[in-house]
Design a protein around this ligand. Structure first.
Ligand SMILES: CC(C)(COP(=O)(O)OP(=O)(O)OC[C@H]1O[C@@H](n2cnc3c(N)ncnc32)[C@H](O)[C@@H]1OP(=O)(O)O)[C@@H](O)C(=O)NCCC(=O)NCCSC(=O)C[C@](C)(O)C(=O)O
Ligand SMILES: [Mg+2]
Length: 356
């Protein structure tokens, strides 16, 4: 564990200075692709500039005999593509695999200046981040990089959840954390067989109305991921890094995907993964504040003046705490709108409408 005094010192001679704040860049969707799959890789130039993050996946979903092709494919894509405003991330293989050392050394050495974030799967505790942190510093120094690579952890083991606060604060490289519901379910010995989303058996039932226990009792499906997402959000907020919902595996069910993403958004997440092109626009819609919420928030901020005291707006009490929530919405909206003229116009139109 580093002492507070040297927390921001580089971990290798010649490595770049760690950042004190996570750069503000949209990351509503982290779009996964297999760089060794020629059909998918061919789609990357047309997605660059349109999605917030493109992530070359080297871990699960890439067959063992395709690991090297995926790594080489990512080097080619990284060199050949003009990413514009889009960030390039990668998910390397897990730290207990035979591939991760070559993943990190090849990528940092050959395309470290093109990469923004390295996603590390199956993180169990701060020790995993410390290992990657030092190794990245050595590789950055060797490659002569001037910008530090950031690290994103996937929360997908029971031990990772138990240690999520120390993971979030383990290094100034920590950019964020995503929920990995499939591996996490297996690690916890949950009895689900899905990649994210709910389960019809996880429910609550209204009380019996008469003698017949089976009649007239409504059931409500519950969210299997609420505890984990909420805990991850708190850990991230405490350490000034960003929380994300992970994957939603039922590609066909765009309705439930939108619901799952929105639950995460409302709880504090800034984005989710898209596994298929059809999920890109869902994430964009859900993780951009709605124009009417932005307009309302701007109105509350304007009417609250210096932000103290209490006022009534349309029958609702507003005070120091509600104006802070409105500032969260407006700050996010303005960060996203700075990069997206269509969104900026939608926010301005809704604000004009509420004023008239
Ligand atoms: C689901 C699959 C198999 C359906 O693939 P498909 O080919 O059957 O789908 P399609 O609808 O037929 O595809 C239409 C077109 O889109 C292309 N396409 C399809 N997907 C993409 C994509 N992502 N990016 C760019 N292009 C894509 C595809 O190649 C095809 O191109 P074509 O029209 O030229 O024939 C496919 O979409 C896929 O492999 N997606 C990525 C899967 C992945 O990365 N999984 C790992 C993340 S989830 C995870 O690891 C869990 C976690 C966190 O670790 C834990 O919870 O534990
Ligand atoms: Mg996983």
């Amino acid at each position: 564990m580093r002492s507070p005094k040297d927390f921001f010192a580089p971990l290798a001679v010649g490595a770049p200075q760690p950042l004190r704040q996570i750069p503000v860049r949209p990351s509503r969707m982290i779009h996964f692709f297999d760089p060794g799959n020629e059909k998918m890789a061919a789609k990357i130039p047309s997605l660059a500039g349109k999605v917030d993050v493109l992530l070359g996946n080297l871990e699960d979903a890439v067959r063992a005999d395709r690991k090297e092709a995926a790594r080489a494919g990512l080097v080619s894509v990284a060199k050949a593509t003009d990413f514009g405003r889009t960030q390039l991330w990668t998910r390397v293989n897990s730290l207990d695999s035979p591939w991760v050392l070559d993943d990190l050394s090849t990528l940092v050495t050959e395309v470290g200046d093109r990469l923004d974030v390295i996603m590390v799967p199956k993180v169990e505790g701060a020790q995993d981040i410390h290992y990657v942190d030092r190794l990245l510093a050595q590789l950055e120094a060797r490659a002569g990089l001037t910008k530090p690579l950031l690290v994103h952890a996937i929360l997908e083991t029971a031990s990772g959840v138990a240690n999520v606060e120390e993971i979030a604060g383990a290094s100034p490289r920590m950019q964020g954390i995503s929920l990995g519901p499939a591996d996490l379910a297996a690690s916890r010995r949950m009895k689900t067989t899905r990649v994210g989303g709910g389960h019809p058996g996880y429910l609550v039932r209204t009380d019996p109305v008469g003698e017949d226990l089976a009649e007239g009792r409504t059931t409500y499906q519950q969210d299997l991921w609420h505890y984990t997402v909420a805990r991850m959000v708190d850990a991230c907020a405490m350490h000034g890094i960003l929380p994300y919902y992970g994957p939603f595996g039922d590609i066909r069910d765009v309705v439930a995907c939108e619901d799952q993403f929105r639950n995460a958004f409302l709880l504090g997440c800034v984005g989710a993964w898209s596994l298929h092109p059809v999920q890109i626009d869902i994430a964009k819609k859900v993780f951009s504040p709605a124009p009417e919420d932005v307009a309302w928030s701007r109105r509350v901020i304007a009417e609250m003046g210096d932000g103290t005291g209490a006022v009534m707006i349309d029958g609702k009490m507003q005070d120091d705490a509600s104006v802070k929530q409105c500032r969260v919405v407006v700050e996010l909206a303005e960060e996203l709108a700075a990069d997206d003229p269509e969104l900026a116009a939608a926010y301005d139109a809704a604000t004009k409408e509420i004023q008239s």
